[in-house]
Design a protein around this ligand. Sequence first.
Ligand code: SF4
Length: 316
Amino acid sequence: MQILLAQPRGFCAGVVRAIDIVEKALDRYQAPVYVRHEIVHNRHVVDRLRGKGAVFVEDLSEIPAGSVTIFSAHGVARSVQEEAKLRQLPTLDATCPLVTKVHVQGRRYAKGGRDLVLVGHAGHAEVVGTMGQIDAPIHLVSTVEDVEGLPIDPDKPIAYITQTTLSVDDTRSIIAALHARFSDVEGPDVSEICYATQNRQTAVRALARTSDLLIVVGARNSSNSSRLREIGDEMGVPSYLVDDGDGVDPAWLEGVSTVGLTAGASAPDELVQSVIAALGRIRPVEVRTLDGVEEKVEFSLPPELRHPVATPESVE
Ligand code: SF4
């Protein structure tokens, strides 16, 4: 059986940076450090960091006074930043710079007097954070039908911003619907939203075209991983989302000669390897990586963590 690996797959620069922030904070400030929300949506990553002394909480009230507090890659509402300030918690912000860019865009559009539409999924941590970062009313839409129901005069200038991990194709359709319904629309081109989401979705399309079965490694609450699985489904390929190799069901492999394998932006490569190992226990496998984009994007760490801690030796 052939296993085809998507290129690119797995960790994006925002996830690498967020995990790095927790690890460097543990080195520098010692355990425990507190992380508001899962640093990225992956249980394995969270469990590994928990093992090193990170404590994950959903609410700042769970964090003891004076403790180092990290905001997750999805971003937080201003009210959370203000609460942390009020409690004088030393904070590190692991919000992905591409999410911060959406916050900045949204504020700029609102300041320019445009009614603001956010394309995203209600309740997702990033959407909650984005809505809470902009001091203006925001209309949330997640489908083309939602655009029809927007309570905004079609002649009013509007602008849209988007969640970073949506289906690129669905987002394009929703933006087209906004242009069809409103006369004055501003917003970023889909290609400017998140390079990693776009590249992984393009790669999974190429993968699905040549695979009998698609396996996506990623957590159920990972938006970008779910989108990858949906693309496989839409292309008529049986597609499954698994946490790791234990999630592989041998029954899926009946009549399958080529398995396409990819991973969401928050899934570590070791989990992809565990799926390859699980498939290899069922049948002999040959692994090949499809040609695709080589990503070179890196995001810098917050200033507090950029330089190594001075040790007595390094000071001498
Ligand atoms: Fe940032 Fe995109 Fe990765 Fe989300 S998927 S963390 S927006 S780089």
